[in-house]
Ligand binder design. Sequence first.
Ligand code: ADP
Length: 407
Amino acid sequence: MKVFVVNCGSSSIKYQLFSMTNEVVLAKGIVERVGGGGNGNGNGRGRLMHTAGSSHIGLDVDAPNHTAAMRIILDTLTDPKVGILKSVDEIEGVGHRVVHGGEEAEKSTRIDETILDAIRRNAQLAPLHNPPNLAGIEAAMAAIPNVPHVAVFDTAFLSTLPPRAHRYAVPAEWYSKYRVRKYGFHGTSHRYVTLRAADLLGKPADSVNLITCHLGNGCSMTAIANGRAVDHSMGMTPLEGLIMGTRSGDLDPAVVLYMISQGFSHQDVDKALNKHSGLEGVSGLSNDMRDLLEYREKGEKSAELAVEMFVYRLVKYVGAYYAVLPNVDAVVLTGGIGENSLPVRKMFCQQLASLGATPDEDRNLSTVGGKAGPITANGSRLPIWVIPTNEELMIARDTRRIVAQGG
Ligand code: ADP
């Protein structure tokens, strides 16, 4: 079965085509600067990057909207010179990443009018993400009709958070009338590494207790009891929780009010907290962990502080989740930083010694480049594992399952 996975942002469409017989990626790529947006290449045109096996293409393309971009992708996939499909009819299911499913979305679901309505309704809660997700779905449904299209929600895996974890201690009407609560994000990644960890630890998926940490540009942590999410660091929006590339994570909400009283507009504060805080805000140098580690090596104090704060916040959250979980089987690190950043991982393991982590430097050094494995010693009371994430594969698996069930 061939499954097409689509991840649509405001100015890009990322895609992967899977053969689900053996879970192999047949082709993948991205159209950037859809609608002339993004970083801008000076000519107002979009850019296609496509890889199939050993062949790579990079082309300037006309992609004034998501429909045009989708057409370009499907034409490339079926181009006899570079493509690997004779016809789009070979695609048996399409999986879409959808950021916000609100309280309705507890699992991946075949897209129909009701689901489209739910995605539209939740656009208020995710104004930057749901509208482009919807544009991608509409473009793909028009271009590949007659096969199931499946929505895989970032929030779904976190829908099991109990009220004591997902409610904020604010007037109850804020929840009942305005839907103010923790929803959480990165759920597909947390679900993927949970299933993989259960497998690697030799435990049934419904009895594994984990603390999973997705550390990319956005960062989030989930407490997993018996395979289900019971707490999570991101909130009503992705701003809450850990320190991220450009997002502040937790802070006293009164800071927002104070900055507004100092003459900042609410848009200024929104932008500052989402786009110019986190690692970038503290260091004043970069939002990228690789850069900061280099600056730190050169003795830049602000980079050192940013990295120190990043790890401190992680460790603090692990402590909180450790306290609310029954016997933690492992802490799992994933995402660009979790999978690659050796100094961050080293500091993290060292600082969790009080909870029983015994760092193993050789394992830390060798568990890179897409490898999964523990980075603590055998017998460590708190095992810490690195498990590379694969959200696209999770989306493809859900899509295959729903197609096989007849939609
Ligand atoms: P996204 O959330 O956009 O998918 P990624 O998961 O790719 O992002 O994570 C990006 C982060 O991972 C950046 O801070 C980047 O510096 C970091 N990262 C990626 N590779 C390395 C590496 N080899 N060493 C240190 N940090 C890395």
